[in-house]
Design a protein around this ligand. Structure first.
Ligand code: NDP
Length: 391
């Protein structure tokens, strides 16, 4: 008899969070949602919590429960540490971290330190503080299972192979909505255009990151930590239809890939069920004919400078990845608010890296301080040299 896994879904009101709740609801004999959290959307969280009958509910914004004494009376938590508390609760077995941004770091650490499975969508945790995340898993006995589709693909392809058997991994990238946009038009691209992703429906931040290819740089860093691979053994190839989710090449030249129609529900289900696989009524049977020809092309790093900046930050190590990530978060919000142009985002991130990448990151607190410094600096860049986004 297999037990029911009790889930904490952090970021439950978002894209990955809602997909997780949908997957869990289809397998009630295997998963129960014990806890849910959100950033600030109290009304959406109330709906979600009622639907999945979660026992524990938390919202990150400190004043979110003002004027709602009945929620506090019902045991709701609030404040920046609330998601972290849910991640460590004794009646939670699996923490699905679907929070967006570096705000997800503390909950990732808490889950791993408490010896739980962390099904990680929040790549920013690993990017900002990879060494400390791995250390938390070692100390607490927790396990890190990727939810990002590319890393789930690599996880599935590597299977039980020894690390020494892997020559390299090749992450696939859709190329985003601007894959074929001429450079002049790219500089004037608007948020509305950038939010039209060709193959995935996701939250706004990762959708913009996919348009700039910053997301692929974050994923290269994520792969470096998850699979212990040096950067020269992590490649990226553009694959516009997002059918092949990544490749693993072994030392004998054999290459394995994982394929499916693009749906986050599959890597989520995999991360929850592993090492088992569950039959799912909704995930479609793969049809190679319908999937069509599988095309691949190189990344045009010149047109997408955030890709190169991010990978370089990963290679530099120390505080550089945290600085890259934090400045990028500020740049994305500024772009969404039409305060910076598409091309201006890379300038903001580059300035922050120039000023702060050399900082040491000897503790989680030092990483968070570098993160805060990068946010301050990026925000100042914005005030000093506002660049109007083309409308
Ligand atoms: P969304 O923006 O759709 O959802 C983000 C979630 O995080 C919401 O529940 C939001 O709450 C919550 N949140 C926001 N800020 C905070 C905060 N400061 N503290 C706690 N919770 C917060 O994002 P996605 O679901 O698209 O992405 C989530 C993560 O998964 C990201 O790291 C992304 O890179 C990764 N990912 C996403 C994929 C996708 O298909 N969407 C694919 C692969 C990875 P509220 O609603 O209140 O704002």
């Amino acid at each position: 008899m297999v037990g029911v896994k009790r889930l904490a879904v952090l970021g439950a009101t978002g894209s990955v969070g809602r997909s997780t709740l949908a997957v869990a609801a289809r397998h009630p004999s295997r998963f129960e949602v014990a806890a849910v959290s959100a950033g600030r959307s109290v009304a959406a969280l109330e709906e979600v919590a009622a639907e999945c009958r979660a026992r524990h509910v938390a919202v990150a914004r400190a004043d979110a429960l003002e004027g709602r004494p009945e929620l506090r009376a019902a045991g709701w938590r609030s404040g920046p540490g609330a998601a972290e508390t849910l991640a460590g609760l004794p009646d939670v077995d699996v923490v699905v971290n679907a929070i967006v941004g570096a705000a997800g770091l503390r909950p990732t650490l808490a889950a791993l330190e408490a010896g739980k499975r962390c099904a990680l969508a929040n790549k920013e945790s690993l990017v900002s503080a990879g060494d400390f995340v791995l250390d938390a898993a070692r100390r607490g006995g927790g396990e890190l299972i990727p939810v990002d589709s590319e890393h789930s693909a690599i996880f599935q392809c590597i299977g039980g192979a020894r690390p020494a058997d892997v020559r390299r991994v090749i992450l696939t990238a859709s190329g985003g909505p601007f894959r074929q946009t001429p450079p002049a038009a790219l500089a004037r691209a608007t948020a509305a255009q950038a939010l039209q992703h060709p193959t995935w429906r996701m939250g706004a931040k990762i959708t913009i990151d996919s348009a700039t290819l910053a997301n692929k740089a974050l994923e290269v860093i994520e792969a470096h930590y998850l699979y212990g691979l040096p950067y020269d053994r992590i490649d990226v190839v553009v694959h516009p239809t997002s059918i092949v989710h990544s490749f693993v090449e072994f030392v004998d030249g054999s290459v394995l890939a994982q394929l499916s129609e693009p749906s986050m529900e599959l890597p989520i289900l995999h991360a929850l069920a592993w090492p088992e696989r569950l039959d799912d009524p909704v995930l479609r049977t793969f049809d190679p004919v319908r999937a069509g020809p599988l095309d691949f092309e190189p990344v045009d790093a010149e047109r997408f400078p955030l890709f190169g900046l991010g990978v370089e930050a990963g290679r530099a190590g120390g505080a550089a990845p945290a600085v890259f990530n934090a400045a990028n978060e500020v740049a994305v919000q500024a772009f969404l608010a039409a305060k910076v142009s598409f091309g201006g985002m890379a300038d903001m991130v580059s300035s922050a890296l120039d000023a702060l990448a050399g900082r040491v990151a000897g503790s989680v607190e030092a990483v968070l301080e570098a993160d805060r410094a990068a946010r301050r600096l990026a925000a100042e860049t914005l005030v000093d040299a506002p660049r109007a986004a083309a409308g």
